[in-house]
Design a protein around this ligand. Sequence first.
Ligand SMILES: Cc1ncc(COP(=O)(O)O)c(C=O)c1O
Length: 444
Amino acid sequence: MNRQGLTRRQFLEKTSAGLAAASVVPSRPTGGRTGNPNALALHGGTPVRTKPFPSWPQTSDLDEANILKSLRNHRWCTFDGEFIPKFEKAWADVVGTRGCVMTPCGTHALHTALEILEIGPGDEVLVSPFTYIATIDAIMLSYALPVFVDSDVRTFQLDPDDLEHRISEHTRAILPVHILGAPAHMDKILAIAQKHHLPVIEDACQGHLAEWRGKKLGSLGTVGCFSFQESKVLPGGEAGALVSNDQDLIAKAYVFRDFGHDPKRDGHYATRGTKYRISDFAAAVLMAQLTRLESVCATREKHAAYLREELKKIPGVMPQEHYPESTRQNYYFFGLRYNPEHFSGVPRERLMAALQAEGIPVSSIYPPLNKEPFIEQSLNSRGFRAVFSKERLAKYREQNHCPHNDELCATSLSLSHETLLGTKQDVEDIVEAMAKVHANAAMV
Ligand SMILES: Cc1ncc(COP(=O)(O)O)c(C=O)c1O
């Protein structure tokens, strides 16, 4: 039941599908509150909800106890922290890899991955343009070129069928991003990687607990990278981790994280490195969060499954699709695409404003990163010009087109995962708001 006392079916009949038949005439914009539940909140109608969605991150007594324990035992750094090795072992067990090395954040896990695989100046890395900026920054900070593979608009993932033709003599790795907590097409990506002898770096920064054919993301490629930043489904403030089944790479990551310090010769430096060590406090919180991860994810997944089915019934709303081999998604964000043709041509930004006015926190997702100014700025920088010839940079610019990704960026929307952590009524509200805006689209 919604707050107007109608069942959802009755509500939908009165709004989108049954609008004409039921002769429910959407009210005109009035400029003030009408108290009319059928009028858009954007124009003064009663919003579908005013109650906030659950907040994030959430904590329990255990988070506090762990933080206090870490504080009081005065072992706060990477050398002696109690919780860091505990979390590294626990996360490797969850993901199903032989090793796990904590880093200060996911960006540094990605940078470490590139470093230990010896990817650097002059190299090319195949990557999805539909990602958070960190993925691309990690590549460019290594003075390598991110070669953008077009997106699959249905799944929001790197299109595996656009991958192989972008491989060149300079390609050194494939870096798929499991976007919004759903798996990229790992079968096709791994097959191409194997054929061309390329390592695969999984950006699983959003992909905690998600699975491809029953295997956890992060465990399928050469290395996997995670973020435990506060917004993530496993939050630890600011933290990250690199996982791998290759013990040699794990050992290299430990050395790189600690200035290249030689583990066999104290006080000596075996390799170039940096300081990507971390504080024990983040690991203390993560150990507590880990105990709740499965149950919180189960709630989110249950609500997401319902939301997906209900939203699909509204014309012009297309939830992110998942490949059949994708056995689990974590819904870090619930993604959808929007076709304005079914909403009287209302532009996406206006749709978002209408939904936000109804109390639903929707937002756009990513801009087309391959077209953002930082790309040209980097290519024109002294460092890149020293590494890459004019001809290579000209060719790069010429080939840097991802038309499907442009479409995806322009038509996609997301709901953050908190919206799925409350009650079924919360999810009903999201559907009700979308149906209401759809029914009133001519007025938006
Ligand atoms: C896809 C992706 N990659 C990398 C990162 C970087 O992680 P962090 O913020 O922990 O550096 C994020 C974080 O939001 C991300 O979403």
